[in-house]
Design a protein around this ligand. Structure first.
Ligand SMILES: NC(=O)c1ccc[n+]([C@@H]2O[C@H](COP(=O)([O-])OP(=O)(O)OC[C@H]3O[C@@H](n4cnc5c(N)ncnc54)[C@H](O)[C@@H]3O)[C@@H](O)[C@H]2O)c1
Length: 385
């Protein structure tokens, strides 16, 4: 049973679950930065790999290591749990933490399906009871660049958004896919549309607002995988803008890019795994006064997109007892678009926002059981091996 707790005014007690690459490389440094400012302490870490959790605790000065999440939650009663495990564990671990009264910051991709997302949301606090809430790590939305451009678009300064390109064209070699859990629906969750491109897709939605329909294609062109290794999609937005979304893991010249042509300016973001002010470019349309364009290009002090930038906002939401960004409907929107992209590609149809709900095979599995894409049923020998 979830036990709702008051928003902490004291130091926030944080715990990390899954002590692999992203936990050590991004979560611990972000948590340490806030700890150094005095607002938070990291009280525990959990991993099924005893050696991994011991190393993590020793390197990060974390006092308590566990191999069992339930035990950690009962003994440490953390206020915030950072979930850094593989995607198929996100649902059960997020629910366990919410039921223990902790807020959750869960790595992307959020959960394997919309059904899983809705099950998690049902465990959160109501809108007005102060949580606990579960927020997804979408760090590319945060930092000074995204904040500045979001405001310019939302305020109408750049005019109506008209056409956009959203690109995550990366390169992953055969050795990358030789790791057994990669390229499989049940363990990786999806191909580049889900695992790699969801950051850019999420940022595009954060900047442009709700999407209304999608038509997509997917292919397996290079890698021996169950999922796709490339997809392209056409997306219409509620405000009328049209966008292309391209995700691949077979592009030698790697780039993450968003370009939005508005009536009064083109905004471009070009980077790979994270961005600062210098990664953004704003080109005014003819006739825009030079002074106005110069003001648009003033992004203010540079706060790069990062786990720290998002965590800082999340902790502020905790202290205010308010639903954080990237949780609930705001955290679900990119998963819904990715799900619709797969359904469109695998069924050769146009999919509209809100179409995929209980009873739809794509609601519970991103491959939707589609012939040629869903995993083949296990043979008797495999099932009994
Ligand atoms: N936000 C980003 O930019 C970003 C970047 C890389 C990875 N990620 C995401 O972070 C998550 C983890 O990725 P990673 O690269 O750190 O993986 P990893 O394999 O390096 O680490 C995962 C850890 O989870 C542990 N683990 C497995 N089962 C567990 C369980 N039941 N309980 C506790 N621990 C368990 C493993 O032992 C391992 O130490 C994934 O969802 C991935 O997509 C996000």
């Amino acid at each position: 049973m979830r036990t709702s707790r008051d928003a902490p005014t004291r130091r926030i007690r944080a715990a990390v679950v899954g002590t692999g690459a992203i936990a050590a490389g991004s979560h611990l440094p972000a948590l340490a930065a806030l700890a150094a400012e005095g607002g938070l302490e990291v009280v525990a870490a959990v991993d099924v790999d005893t050696g991994a959790v011991q190393r993590f605790c020793a390197d990060g000065g974390v006092p308590h290591g566990y191999t069992d999440l339930g035990r950690m939650l009962a003994e440490q009663r953390p206020d915030l749990v950072c979930i850094c495990t593989p995607p198929t564990l996100h649902r059960e671990q997020t629910v366990a933490a919410l039921r223990a009264g902790a807020w959750v910051w869960c790595e992307k991709p959020p959960v394997p399906s919309l059904a899983d997302f809705d099950a998690v949301e049902a465990e959160e606090g109501q809108e007005d009871d102060g949580g606990p809430y579960a927020s997804i790590v979408f760090q590319h939305r945060f930092g000074s660049g995204a904040r500045h451009v979001r405001r310019l678009i939302a305020d109408g300064a750049l005019g109506r958004p008209l056409v956009a390109h959203c690109q995550t064209t990366w390169y992953r070699d055969a050795a990358y896919y030789a790791v057994p859990w990669r390229g499989r629906w049940d363990t990786e969750g999806g191909g580049p549309a889900m695992g790699h491109g969801i950051h850019q897709t999420d940022l595009l939605l954060d900047l442009l607002g709700p999407w209304s329909e999608v038509r997509a294609m997917a292919g397996r062109l290079v890698h021996d995988v169950q999922t796709e290794d490339v997809s392209t999609a056409l997306v219409r937005f509620g405000g009328g803008a049209l966008a292309t979304v391209v995700n691949s893991v077979l592009s030698p010249d790697e780039v993450s890019r968003i370009r939005i042509d508005c009536e009064r300016a083109t905004v471009e973001l070009t980077h790979l795994y994270g961005h600062g002010n210098d990664n953004w470019r704003i080109t005014p349309a003819p006739g825009v006064p030079a002074g106005e364009a110069a003001a648009w290009r003033d992004f203010g002090p540079d706060v790069p997109s990062s786990h720290l930038a998002q965590l800082r906002e999340l902790v502020a939401s905790m202290r205010a007892g308010q639903r954080p960004r990237s949780s609930g409907a705001d955290g679900r929107t990119s998963l819904e678009l990715v799900t619709a992209l797969y359904k469109s590609a695998f069924t050769d149809t146009t999919v509209r926002a809100g179409d995929i709900g209980p009873g739809d095979p794509f609601y519970t599995a991103l491959h939707g059981g589609a012939p040629g894409w869903a995993p083949a049923p296990a043979t008797y020998e495999e099932a009994s091996a």
